[in-house]
Design a protein around this ligand. Structure first.
Ligand code: ZN
Ligand code: ZN
Length: 296
């Protein structure tokens, strides 16, 4: 049976830029230890291309950013909807959304803020790994994805990773993206997880749109050099990866190599709704592609 693939990535030869950035950053405007300019300076010095300050229930708007020196980075307006429920990042926000205890109301409100979108933050934070439950993620509609990696949870109870919940949603047919962010509150939290986004033009609006539509991969240190799709074949290459695996429904590994390149043919996995790739480098460094949806 012939299968076809739907996926968010550009043709490798399309003219554009891959930009690296973090969407989850706290400052002294909420519970972060450092003032906004110090935080901006730190990320810029590390070569980041974009940054979103996401203080708890405090919107950082373009007018706020205008008071600081961007150091050449694209600065994305946003906040973290935090009080009274599971945390949600509001990316590309033009206004603050109230932390409605019924989070679906916040999700509905974001629909009225065109171009913006919401990400479920650190789903596996806390002792029962249930800051956001799979039941909530299944019930909610209108969010773009979840943090499959959140750096600050490395020093808090729970897991920084949430690919388990991602695979459960994807296997159910939900089209949600996986994001990696620092959630930095202090200097030690910086440069743990980031997103590498493809844009045709270097603007904050283009970055937000590519993040909303899945034109990015998530990383904690592995750099993907090439993502190539030809018919039903997908090739992923990363020179600093030691292992690459292709995951199908519910996270089942359908292919794996200890090499910096893996090519699979989705024809071989017609009973999986999707294939996604995980890459490992030295230490705990990883990268995650977005899913390639298989349709028959
Ligand atoms: Zn949070
Ligand atoms: Zn946070």
């Amino acid at each position: 049976m012939a299968v076809s693939l739907e996926h968010p990535y550009p043709d490798p030869d399309d003219a554009g830029h891959w930009l690296r950035g973090n969407l989850h950053t706290h400052t002294t405007r909420s519970d972060g230890k450092r003032d906004p300019q110090t935080v901006i300076d730190d990320y810029a010095a590390r070569g980041y291309h974009f940054l979103m300050i996401s203080d708890h229930d405090v919107l950082t708007a373009p007018a706020d950013y205008a008071a600081w020196d961007s150091r050449g980075m694209l600065l994305i307006p946003g906040n973290e909807i935090s009080a009274r429920g599971p945390h949600l990042l509001h990316v590309g926000a033009s206004r603050r959304i109230d932390p409605f205890p019924q989070r679906q109301e916040a999700l509905n409100a974001a629909r009225n803020d065109p171009g913006s979108f919401l990400i479920a933050a650190h789903p596996n934070w806390q002792e029962a790994f249930d800051h956001t439950t799979i039941a909530q993620l299944r019930e909610w509609t209108g969010y773009a994805g979840l943090e499959i990696y959140n750096g600050v949870i490395s020093r808090l109870p729970g897991s920084p990773y949430a690919t388990n919940k991602w695979d459960m949603l994807l296997a159910q047919g939900r089209r949600v993206w996986g994001y990696a962010n620092d959630d930095s509150h202090r200097d030690v939290d910086v440069e743990q997880g980031w997103n590498v986004v493809w844009v045709a033009q270097r603007t904050a609006e283009a970055v937000v749109e590519s993040l909303r539509t899945g034109r990015f991969y998530a990383s904690t240190g592995v750099t993907i050099d090439r993502i190539e799709v030809r018919g039903s074949r997908i090739r992923v290459a990363a020179s600093n990866a030691h292992r690459i695996a292709a995951m199908g429904a519910f996270g089942k590994r359908v292919a794996q190599v200890d090499a910096p390149e893996l090519e699979v043919d989705a024809e071989s996995f017609p009973d999986h709704r999707y294939i996604r790739f995980e890459l490992w480098g030295v230490g705990e460094r990883q990268a995650w592609t977005q899913p390639f949806f298989i349709t028959t």
